[in-house]
Write a protein that binds this ligand. Structure first.
Ligand SMILES: Nc1ncnc2c1ncn2[C@@H]1O[C@H](COP(=O)(O)OP(=O)(O)O)[C@@H](O)[C@H]1O
Ligand SMILES: [Mg+2]
Length: 269
């Protein structure tokens, strides 16, 4: 039986050169579960996030990633998103010239059209319209309110000159608007002060309450984020492999003891 979201024996190398970063990673997330992956810097956490998203800098040499029974590695990045996957990145890119609102509306409309096309033999029916503006505006206003950001935020160019906290809010805003089935958040805590951390985490928690079937994978170096987004399962990633899995107590143990006790003896010597 497949898990709902399942990574099997994933090996990933940098597309340029021969360096292998992920060395046989396994992970299963079921509907509604919140998992955390923790690990020291350089262990491959962001590589995992980028690989799930389909970033061309990373090449899968072995293994599979199944989502609802389909191997997403065979899908284009936009198809992965339409399948219900969402990734919030550690370093989101700026898109000068495209406002937050326009970006969101374009993304929602692309999904509506693609879904209609999928039901219509691959062709977008000509009567398919995008999301009605009043509906979009209302949803956007609600999401901005939830993240405690001013309405003017939506008129700014995406991530262009954003502070660390604004970038994270923009990511969670996208998540609120796109309503994914599986959300993967890479280092959502980096660059956030405690207030911003709380708001972003509350946003994620609220979205999970609104859709209790949504799976969440939180990727973080620090335990602190997990005080706000509470995972049921914690996994430790070291040198491209999950070396330990447990419950929430594992995160606390790592906070206290660090990562060294899990490293290979030769690696710490
Ligand atoms: N695009 C890239 N180009 C060169 N090296 C990379 C790239 N992505 C990751 N790496 C290297 O792979 C290793 C794992 O990086 P990363 O996945 O970012 O780790 P983490 O997010 O756990 O800190 C690091 O040694 C990093 O320098
Ligand atoms: Mg990283």
């Amino acid at each position: 039986m497949n898990a709902w979201f399942e990574i099997r024996n994933l090996h990933v190398k940098l597309a340029e050169g021969d360096r292998e970063i992920l060395k046989g990673l396994n992970l299963s997330v079921n509907e509604g579960e919140i998992h955390a992956i923790m690990g020291p810097n350089g262990s491959g956490k962001s590589t995992l996030a980028y690989t799930i998203a389909g970033h061309p800098a990373y090449e899968v040499t072995e293994g599979e990633i199944l989502f609802k029974g389909e191997n997403i590695l065979e899908m284009e990045p936009d198809e992965r998103s339409r399948a219900g996957l969402f990734l919030a990145f550690q370093y989101p890119v700026a898109i000068p010239g495209v406002t937050v609102a326009n970006f969101l509306r374009t993304a929602i409309n692309a999904r509506i059209k693609a879904e209609a096309a999928a039901r219509n033999g691959g062709v977008v029916p000509h009567d398919v319209k995008g999301i009605p503006i009043p509906v979009f505006t209302r949803q956007l206003r609600e999401a901005l309110e939830m993240l405690k950001v001013d309405n003017s935020f939506a008129a700014r160019y995406l991530n262009d000159g954003f502070s660390g906290g604004e970038k994270k809010r923009a990511e969670i805003l996208q998540m609120a608007m796109l309503k994914p089935e599986m959300a993967i958040l890479d280092e959502t805590d980096s660059g956030l002060d405690i207030d911003a951390l709380r708001i972003v985490s509350e946003g994620v928690n609220l979205l999970h309450q609104q859709n209790p079937r949504m799976g969440v994978l939180v990727i973080t170096h620090y335990q602190r984020l997990l005080n706000y987004i509470k995972p049921q399962f914690v996994h430790v990633l070291i040198d491209g492999r999950i070396v330990e899995s447990g419950g929430p107590e594992l995160a606390l143990h790592l906070e206290e003891k660090g990562y060294d006790w899990l490293k290979e003896p030769e690696a710490t010597a």
